[in-house]
Design a protein around this ligand. Structure first.
Ligand code: PGA
Length: 248
């Protein structure tokens, strides 16, 4: 089977609501490609204006965070059903910035993945190793451990609908991209591990992205690899370059 490519922009904490609508307009004609899932994962406050601005286009809406309860006394939080109702389809979970800056661990991340499915959202589950772990040569075990914890209790059917983003922390926002071979090695390792945890059919269907300084110049080589089904793009998703990545 061939997996459908998915190119997602992770806007992080960038763009006010009016700037967000402007960016959607700027990218409108550049991201047209019916063979690819194109997703904008926007800040919470931009969700409603962006939902409106992408109407009638091929772009799908994503978010970057939520809390695991449906509603209640959780000041400052938003829930998965709220995202769903606002038109969100994809949700980034387990990004290294949430793990490192906001202290999210694999137990919470696993709960978030389950809640996202329960609410009808498609998780983009991030994993990745630090430079220290890469240099120590233990990145493969580290990634497997993250995957195992984060997928605990999920059915094969759920995993088939999951997107996993391999994002080596040393490549995020640093301009230092993993080589296509380094990225492929880990994306294949993740797929093989899913086959071990579930079965070959599940591994064949799960979509795996690479993320970390992906840009217009290096996207084609990365996306050409057999186990890389797309990209999660930070910095370059805020620029016209994003259109070149979508069409790479
Ligand atoms: P970057 O970010 O493309 O700016 O490296 C990727 C990410 O953190 O998702």
């Amino acid at each position: 089977m061939s997996r459908r490519r998915i190119i997602a922009g992770n806007w992080k904490m960038n763009k006010t609501p009016s700037e967000a609508v402007e960016l959607v307009e700027t990218l409108k004609n550049l991201v047209k490609n019916d063979d690819v899932d194109v997703v904008y994962c926007v800040p919470a406050i931009d969700i409603c204006p962006v939902a409106e601005a992408i109407k009638g286009s091929n772009v799908q809406l994503g978010a970057q965070n939520f809390y695991i309860e449906d509603k209640g006394a959780y000041t400052g939080e938003i829930s998965a059903p709220m995202l769903k109702d606002a038109g969100v389809k994809y949700i980034i979970i387990g990004h290294s910035e949430r793990r490192d800056i906001f202290g999210e661990n694999d137990i919470l991340i696993n709960k978030k993945v389950k809640k996202a499915f329960e609410a009808g959202l498609s998780p983009i589950l991030c994993c990745g190793e630090s430079l220290e772990l890469r240099e120590a040569g233990v990145y493969a075990d580290w990634i497997k451990r993250q995957i195992k914890w984060d997928l605990t209790g999920l059915s094969a059917d759920q995993v088939k609908n999951l997107v996993i983003a391999y994002e080596p922390i040393w490549a995020i926002g640093t301009g230092k991209t993993a080589t296509a071979d380094q990225a492929e090695e880990v994306c294949k390792l993740i797929r093989d591990y899913i086959a071990e945890l579930y079965d070959a059919a599940t591994a064949e269907e799960v979509r795996i992205q690479y993320g970390g300084s992906m840009n217009a110049a290096n996207a084609a080589e990365l996306l050409d690899k057999p186990d890389i089904d797309g990209g999660l793009i930070g910095g370059a998703s805020l620029k016209p370059d994003f259109g070149q990545i979508v069409n790479a």
